[in-house]
Every structure is written in structure tokens, then in C-alpha cells.
Design a binder for this molecule. Structure first.
Ligand code: IMP
Length: 428
């Protein structure tokens, strides 16, 4: 019982979807608290392979209710499509609840995301183009449209929307030479969304509070990763939400004291998609081999992910930001067969060893990784379900990562399917 935050500890794409799906059988609730459909969580189970962008990864467990919290930005079109797709594949979608306070990604947010990226030119951030950033901008500038507003379309939303549409049209026409927006078109869209979403809308913070009082177990499903967090990531090459544990309480409307544990999900190596500093990036054939072997291509955008060795400096920083109480290691099997594996144990900057993760992207860009090299393993870890099945070198690698991060792995994933998992200690 209690709420457990499950956090991406690197640059996203750590394999959180599989872990949530695996743990969800012990929970009554799985709740997303941040991000939007820039996230892509892959779940493989008896029903096939599913790519989820907004619906929490607990949806495949018959007794789990799924919450899209107030901290998430929701593209109604994507959510309705996703629910329809799941339903057509036989998944019960009757237990999805959407916070009335969640902000909506409007069509102009997607348009502005693309135009801003184009205007940045060579300095582009490599966003997912889903409008997530501009939607959070409007939330902060108090011009956002919330899911609950759809219920009061004519009397409350219409006058506000009219002003927003005028403002956005000015930006689009004057700054970007685009045609103005049509208020009527947007209103018609809102009316359609209201029909599709009205039965899902709930005061989700209250639902969560009641669940906590009952002693239910809640998994707070993180999106993206700590190094993409708006405050703590590699700014400005970050997403626009609080992806780390700090965002979990705010994004669901529960108090921090109800968080019983913080689970950090690390991949056995690093990946990053989009622009930004990446000290351990590998630019050789080994990276290409690993990318193909692990199919490291974005679930949302299909972009090739950048590949790097495990960065223990960044990992320690992530531990410091989140205070993980247990860790998960994913995709260990991807390293099977490499003659040796490297771990970055320090950064060198201007001839000096840096003892911390720098806050400036330019500074981080200039950091040179200091590596520790360990022997690889030729016997497969793929599909292992017990620690004793791991080759000694793989076990040593896991042990060294634990030492460097300062926390224990309680679960190791050795393949994409539910049963390809080594459960060492209960986490929730
Ligand atoms: P945005 O979130 O679309 O604004 O993109 C900002 C940065 O975060 C870009 O570098 C994206 O590639 C990255 N990003 C956003 N969502 C994810 C994710 O789910 N996994 C990995 N990277 C992401």
C-alpha cells in the first residue's frame, strides 16, 4: 500500500512501460503525472505489442484503474485514438480517468512547436513536435485550456478561447507569415472532444486521496527522464515538465508524505533522442550495432536514438535528485556479446576532474568522460529469470553500477516480455 513513483533516471526511454506493466498486478492504480504524448511507453504481453502515449501502462491489468493526472498535457485527438485502438484490440478501457485540471494540447500548440523549432535552425532542440512545450507555456502564462473547460464550452470557454485564438493568430500571421486560426473550427473540435472525453473526466486528486486513505497501492508512472526534467535536466535541451520525483506529487495532487517509495529505472547503457549534450555518446560502429540490436528508435517519432555507455556521474546526480529507494536495470541483454563494457566514472573539464554533474549545457558538452572498462560476457543474459543465471561478468557489471549509484537493483529486465525479468526484492 502507498504511492510509488517510478521515474526515468536517464534521458527517457529506459523501459518504464514494461516495468509498470510488470508491477501493476500488485497495484490498484497507475497514474501518469507529467508530459504528454511526447512519451512512448512500449508494453509486450499476451495481447501483443502496444505503444502507449497517454494511457498509463497499467491498463492491461483487469483490476487496475488508470489516471491521467493534472500535470499531464493531453492532446484529446491522440487520447481518443489511443483508447479506440486499445478497445479494438480487446483491452478494457472503462477504467481510464482524466483530470479535469489537465491542460489540453490544442492544434495551435502543435503548429507553434514546429514553427519555433524551424526558427531555431541549427540550435533546434529536437522536440517531438507534439506541442507539449507550447501547451506548458500557456499553462504557465495562464492562457491554457483545461480538460474540465470542455464541459462549459459556450458560457465559460468561448470568451476565453476567442481571446486566445486572436493572440495566437497574431503570432502566427505577424511572426511566422501563417494564415490566422479559425475560432469556429477550434470550437467544433472542442465540442467533439467534449463528447469523447466527458465520461472520463474526474476530480482525480480526490480519487487519489481516497485511494490512499483506503490503503490502495498507486504507481505514479513517470514519463521522459530526470535528465530531461525542466529544472534538473540539461537545460535548454529538456522537456517542459517536471519528469523527476518532484513532479509526481504536484502532477497528481497528492501530498509528498504519501509517497512510500521512489523507483529509479536505468537502462544498462544510455540513450538520448533529440539535441543536447551527451558526454558518453558513442559515435562508432559499436553504437550502430547496439542501436540495431536493441532497436533504439523513438516510439513517438521513429528517430534514431543516440547511444552511449552508462554514465555513472549522471546516474549519481539522478539518485541525488530523486532519492531512489530501489532501482530497476533494463536491457542488460543488449550488452550480451560485447568484448568489454565501459562505465563513465568521472568527467574531465579543462584538465580537472569534476565531482558533480554540471548545470550548463555548454560546460557538459565540453566534459570528457573518464571510463572504467570491465570485461564483457559471451553467455547470454537474455531471458534470465534468476541472478544465478547471469554470467559472472554481467553480475559484476550490475554490482559495480550499484556501488557507483549508491542504491540497489531490485529488478533486472533481461528482455521485453513480462517473464524476462529477475525479481530480486519486492519494490511495492
Ligand atoms: P518535447 O518534450 O517534445 O518538447 O522535446 C524536448 C526534448 O525531450 C527533445 O530532445 C525530445 O527528444 C525529448 N523527449 C521528449 N519526450 C521524450 C521521451 O519520451 N523519451 C525520450 N526523449 C524525449
Amino acid at each position: 500500500m502507498g504511492a510509488y513513483a517510478l521515474i526515468g533516471a536517464q534521458w527517457g526511454d529506459e523501459g518504464k512501460g514494461k516495468v509498470v506493466d510488470y508491477l501493476a498486478s500488485k497495484a490498484q492504480w497507475v497514474a501518469r503525472y507529467a508530459g504528454g504524448n511526447n512519451a512512448g511507453h512500449t508494453v509486450m504481453n499476451h495481447g501483443g505489442t502496444f505503444s502507449l502515449h497517454l494511457v498509463p501502462s497499467g491498463i492491461f491489468q483487469p483490476d487496475v484503474s488508470c489516471v491521467i493526472g493534472n500535470g499531464v498535457v493531453v492532446n484529446p485527438e491522440v487520447l481518443l485514438e489511443e483508447i479506440k485502438g486499445l478497445s479494438e484490440r480487446g483491452v478494457d478501457v472503462s477504467r481510464i480517468y482524466l483530470s479535469e485540471r489537465a491542460h489540453l494540447i490544442m492544434p495551435y500548440h502543435i503548429q507553434i512547436d514546429a514553427l519555433e523549432e524551424e526558427a531555431r535552425g541549427r540550435a533546434s532542440l529536437g522536440t517531438t513536435g507534439t506541442g507539449v512545450g507550447p501547451a506548458y507555456v500557456d499553462k504557465a502564462s495562464r492562457t491554457g485550456i483545461r480538460a474540465g473547460d470542455l464541459l462549459y464550452l459556450e458560457d465559460e470557454l468561448l470568451p476565453r478561447l476567442k481571446r486566445v485564438v486572436e493572440d495566437k493568430s497574431r503570432i502566427l500571421t505577424k511572426l511566422y507569415g501563417q494564415p490566422p486560426l479559425s475560432l469556429q473550427e477550434i470550437l467544433d473540435q472542442c465540442a467533439r472532444w467534449r463528447e469523447g472525453l466527458k465520461d472520463l473526466l474526474r476530480p482525480t486528486s480526490f480519487l487519489m486521496q481516497q485511494a490512499i486513505e483506503r490503503g490502495d497501492t498507486i504507481i505514479m508512472e513517470g514519463a521522459q527522464g530526470t535528465l530531461l526534467d525542466l529544472d534538473h535536466g540539461t537545460y535548454p535541451y529538456v522537456t517542459s515538465s517536471s519528469a523527476s520525483v518532484g513532479g509526481a506529487a504536484a502532477g497528481l495532487g497528492i501530498h509528498p508524505r504519501s509517497i512510500s517509495g521512489v523507483i529509479g529505472v536505468f537502462k544498462a547503457y544510455c540513450t538520448r533522442v533529440g539535441s543536447g549534450p551527451f558526454p558518453t555518446e558513442m559515435l562508432d560502429e559499436q553504437a550502430d550495432e547496439l542501436r540495431e540490436r536493441a532497436w533504439e528508435y523513438g516510439t513517438t517519432t521513429g528517430r534514431a536514438r543516440r547511444i552511449g555507455w552508462f554514465d555513472a556521474v549522471a546516474a549519481r546526480y539522478s539518485q541525488h535528485i530523486n532519492g531512489f529507494s530501489s532501482l530497476v536495470l533494463t536491457r542488460l541483454d543488449v550488452l550480451d556479446g560485447f568484448p568489454s563494457v565501459k562505465i563513465c566514472v568521472g568527467y574531465e573539464l579543462d584538465g580537472e576532474l569534476l565531482g558533480y554533474f554540471p548545470s550548463g549545457a555548454t560546460q557538459l558538452q565540453r566534459c570528457k568522460p573518464v571510463y572504467e572498462e570491465m570485461p564483457g560476457w559471451s553467455d547470454p543474459t537474455e531471458g534470465a529469470t534468476r541472478m544465478e543465471q547471469l554470467p559472472a561478468e554481467a553480475a559484476a557489471y550490475v554490482g559495480r553500477l550499484e556501488e557507483l549509484i549508491g542504491c540497489e537493483f531490485h529488478l533486472i529486465s533481461t528482455g521485453p516480455h513480462r517473464d524476462e525479468t529477475i525479481m530480486l526484492k519486492p519494490m511495492i
